[in-house]
Design a protein around this ligand. Structure first.
Ligand SMILES: Nc1ncnc2c1ncn2[C@@H]1O[C@H](COP(=O)(O)OP(=O)(O)OP(=O)(O)O)[C@@H](O)[C@H]1O
Length: 355
């Protein structure tokens, strides 16, 4: 799965650009503020209907313009188009039809993003790591999304009842359903993490040969006690707090070296490599399980990494056989690998250059 054609109009500082990326390694280079990240952001926008830099989607529309339009051809067949106006109207077309949900885009364009901010996956709270697990499970398990959505809705309803100081018996009725979906969700997450570990170990071994990184799944409540019992035991406390303290909404992926959280032990460069290992492993697993290739978007690959580690990372990305978009200020920083295609960005204009 790769983008064979990409058109960007009125997106950030890119007025109009048409790219024909290669199926493998693509380098996007140019000076600060030239628009390199905006190219990755445009691809991300096409795959998810939102930006990875701003919560306010209208910010990506070019100044003084009323709308942005994006288009890509995936492989030979699929065509995806997206238009967003300043008023917030979004039109998405997949092969000429309007998809029912934006989630359909994510299935067509599974993207892996690595930016200098991706450290958040390891440094911030569990939310980002839970989303990481859920992305993997979503793409590998066709029933996952429905179960995830039901569990989320039931949690919301339970919290409303807690806040309303509803009768214990009424809450207990909801708890049966919530417990059922919590277990379903957890089983699927655990299965996905187990499969991930098989792939991840090999990549971490290459990237961080001297650190014994252990990755484990934490389900969000004491694993020796059934969720039904936990909900019962904690009901009065939950009522006092007005929310459900334990459950699948507290799940996490724990990463430790010598039993210490990785963020307290590893260097910045090592943390970056670990984030990259996690993202690459997710993509490799997807292609092993479903013959679906991710597209990797790597912003500012060179930052934090020495030349040897840059080479290692690029080789590993190349080995995935996936389409990769990498940005860099100076192509010399990444001259250790042969690029299939190179794009020079200058003040929002994009030209293909010799690779
Ligand atoms: N809505 C917008 N309309 C027009 N221009 C914008 C808009 N939003 C941002 N810009 C400009 O577009 C450019 C976007 O640059 P981008 O972040 O893609 O650069 P970059 O090449 O990745 O830079 P760096 O190397 O510094 O990360 C910046 O010059 C920014 O000022």
């Amino acid at each position: 799965m790769s983008i064979s054609q990409l058109t960007i109009n009125q997106f950030r500082n890119i007025e109009a650009a048409a790219l024909t990326p290669a199926g493998g390694l693509n380098l996007i280079y140019g000076a600060n503020g030239s628009g390199k990240t905006s190219v990755l952001e445009a691809i991300w926008f096409l795959g998810l209907g939102r930006s990875f830099r701003s919560n306010q989607a209208q910010r990506v529309i070019q100044y003084e313009q009323e709308q942005l339009t994006l288009f890509c051809r995936i492989g030979e067949q699929d065509k995806v188009g997206l238009r967003r106006t300043r008023q917030g109207d979004v039109t998405i077309k997949v092969n000429g039809d309007k998809p029912e949900k934006v989630a359909e885009l994510a299935k067509l364009l599974p993207l892996q993003l690595i930016t200098p901010e991706s450290f958040a996956l390891l440094l911030d709270g569990p939310k980002a790591r839970r989303e990481y697990i859920d992305w993997g499970a979503f793409h590998s398990d066709p029933h996952f999304h429905l179960i995830w959505a039901r569990s989320r809705r039931l949690l919301k309803q339970r919290n409303q009842l807690l806040r309303a100081q509803a009768d214990d018996r009424q809450i207990a009725i909801w708890d049966q359903q919530f417990a059922h979906y919590s277990n379903e969700l957890t089983e699927r997450r655990r299965a996905w993490v187990n499969s991930l570990n098989g792939v991840l170990e090999g990549i971490i071994g290459k990237f961080l040969p001297n650190a014994q990184v252990r990755v484990s799944f934490s389900q969000g409540w004491d694993s020796k006690t059934p969720i039904e019992q936990i909900l019962k035991q904690q009901l009065q406390r939950d009522k006092q707090l007005g929310y459900t303290v334990s459950g699948p909404h507290k799940a996490d992926l724990r990463l430790r070296v010598n039993n210490i959280p990785v963020q307290d032990v590893l260097s910045r460069g090592q943390l970056k490599l670990l984030v990259c290992a996690l993202k690459i492993a997710q993509g490799v697993l997807l292609s092993q399980q479903h013959r679906k290739q991710c597209i990797y978007l790597v912003d500012d690959l060179a930052s934090e990494l020495d030349s040897e580690k840059r080479t290692l990372l690029l080789q590993q990305l190349e080995q995935t056989g996936s389409q990769v978009f990498v940005t860099a200020i100076d192509p010399e920083q990444l001259a250790m690998i042969s690029w299939q295609r190179m794009f020079h960005v200058e003040q929002g204009r994009i030209n293909t250059t010799d690779s």
